[in-house]
Design a binder for this molecule. Structure first.
Ligand SMILES: Cc1cc2nc3c(=O)[nH]c(=O)nc-3n(C[C@H](O)[C@H](O)[C@H](O)COP(=O)(O)OP(=O)(O)OC[C@H]3O[C@@H](n4cnc5c(N)ncnc54)[C@H](O)[C@@H]3O)c2cc1C
Length: 444
């Protein structure tokens, strides 16, 4: 089959991974259809299909840059909606177990925006809607894949009122998130489903929005008080977002879940290793109830290990769902769509594009973020899954401790760590001989 004007693609799921995939596919396919189970809201608002949308979402610089490449007007769109530009080396206030980080005094290019997740997703949707060959079919759930021999030919879908229909396509992309049913659909067609690796840190979030108090002055736009494995289970995240609001999140590892009542929420905030979070919110006016979220398991579906039908690939949380506290998910999804673009560019002939090749590239790319997330989570003895708990101690951990300590006094080291965290540089940059020298001589 050669790609021609009649080729069409289907994307299952209209969240971040699905929207960005559709943008990539729009360059190649005559028609791209996003099928989304939710009715998509006209204005930025949380939705049921994305239960995490009331929770905070850090957008890393790497992800923001990819967004900018795909949608040159996204910055304007986000800012018009009230998103706030942030320089992560100057305006991110981070408390690690040894104190606060050293912020730069001069501007850097480590920029993205801080805003609510609904505003971000809505802005991307507005931008995507400008592409005439992209359609949204919302309020419909995909219920199975259609196939002819070993070729996926489309999907079956059902509306919220029970209306059943079918849509055909030359390529189906599963971007339906961590609860994706694609493994079951493949099984129904006689394919082996992907093996899964699951590592559960039993991390719970509780999140509330506040009106930023009048006259409140701060040198941060985002504040994070990190957990400190193996014993420091608690964390706090406070960010300025649109409309003069703050989003305030408490987190607890190993089942140490933050309460969702007023008093309990404040008490938990007061128990964090720095009082700065508590002092900021204690007299602020809440503008929402407190939302809990406990679906934080790291789940990796090994699509790279199975035989896939032609015309089907999976990406985003559907393949690699990460513990959210490291803020990687949307950026990992954005990177996945660049891999999709490269894969599509390998041949003008669709039948020459082997899904296994895409999934292998994706697995390789996901592995770093997976290691970063699970490597931290496994330092808590309460984390379940993985081969064995990672013991603290030894050279690696003492080096990391020294490095973290140095980020509290040296803005350049802090900036380097930010670049790695934002997936702009490989973690190997932290082991460059010059960095090692500084860490070993100054980070004590
Ligand atoms: C509590 C929490 C906090 C997070 N914080 C961050 C953060 O700070 N930074 C960050 O980068 N990432 C964060 N993430 C991760 C981020 O939300 C995801 O990585 C991101 O949304 C990309 O996921 P996705 O598009 O693959 O799937 P999802 O966002 O889960 O979306 C899946 C979509 O598919 C739809 N769908 C599902 N099944 C079907 C079906 N059968 N038919 C049609 N539609 C279907 C759903 O309705 C939904 O719209 C967080 C996640 C959680 C849980």
């Amino acid at each position: 089959m050669t790609t021609n004007i009649n080729d069409s693609a289907i994307v299952i799921g209209g969240s971040i991974a699905g929207l960005l995939s559709a943008r990539i596919l729009s360059d190649r396919f005559a028609s791209v259809t996003i099928i989304e189970t939710d009715k998509l809201p006209e204005l930025p608002s949380p939705r049921i299909g994305v239960p995490q949308s009331v929770q905070p979402h850090i957008l890393f610089t790497k992800g923001y840059r990819i967004l900018g490449e795909l949608f040159p007007e996204i910055e304007e769109q986000l800012k018009a909606g009230g998103a706030i530009s942030i320089d992560w080396t100057r305006e991110f206030h981070h408390f690690n177990r040894m104190g606060w980080n050293a912020n730069s005094l001069t501007p850097s290019d480590l920029i993205s925006v801080t805003c609510s997740r609904p505003l971000l997703e809505w802005s991307i949707r507005q931008q995507l809607a400008k592409y005439a060959n992209v359609q949204f079919v919302d309020g419909y759930r995909v219920t199975r894949l259609l196939s002819r021999e070993t070729q996926i030919t489309g999907v079956a879908l059902r509306s919220s009122t029970g209306l059943e229909t079918e849509l055909s396509a030359s390529l189906v992309v599963d971007a339906s998130g961590r609860r994706s049913q694609a493994p079951n659909w493949l099984k129904e067609l006689g394919f082996a489903p992907p093996p899964e690796t699951i590592i559960n840190p039993f991390l719970g979030y509780a999140t509330r929005r506040y009106q930023q108090p009048e006259g409140f002055k701060s040198n941060w736009k985002v504040m994070l008080i990190s957990s400190a494995p193996p014993t420091g289970t608690r964390l706090g995240y406070l960010a300025k977002i649109e409309n003069g609001e703050w989003i305030a999140t408490l987190g607890g590892y190993g089942g140490d879940f933050p309460p969702i009542d007023d008093r309990g929420f404040l008490d938990f905030a007061r128990s964090l290793p720095s009082l700065e979070f508590y002092q900021a919110i204690k007299n602020a006016q809440p503008t929402s109830r407190i939302y809990a979220h406990r679906a934080t398991t790291n789940r990796l579906r090994h699509y790279e290990q199975i035989t896939l039908p032609q015309g089907f690939v999976a990406l985003g949380d559907s393949v690699c769902a990460l513990c959210p506290v490291y803020g990687q998910g949307m950026t990992v999804s954005a990177i996945a769509t660049t891999i999709l673009r490269d894969w599509l560019n390998q041949s003008p002939t669709l039948s020459a594009l082997k899904p296994a090749r895409f999934q292998k590239k994706l697995a390789k790319s996901n592995s770093l973020s997976w290691m970063l997330a699970t490597g931290q989570d496994l330092r808590f003895a309460t984390t379940k899954g993985g081969d064995k708990p990672i013991k603290s101690g030894g050279f690696f951990h003492s080096y990391t401790e020294r490095l973290l300590k140095l980020t509290n006094s040296d803005p350049n080291m802090n900036a380097l760590l930010m670049e790695v965290a934002h997936l702009l540089k490989s973690p190997l940059a932290l082991y460059h001989p010059q960095v090692v020298f500084q860490v070993l001589t100054k980070g004590v």
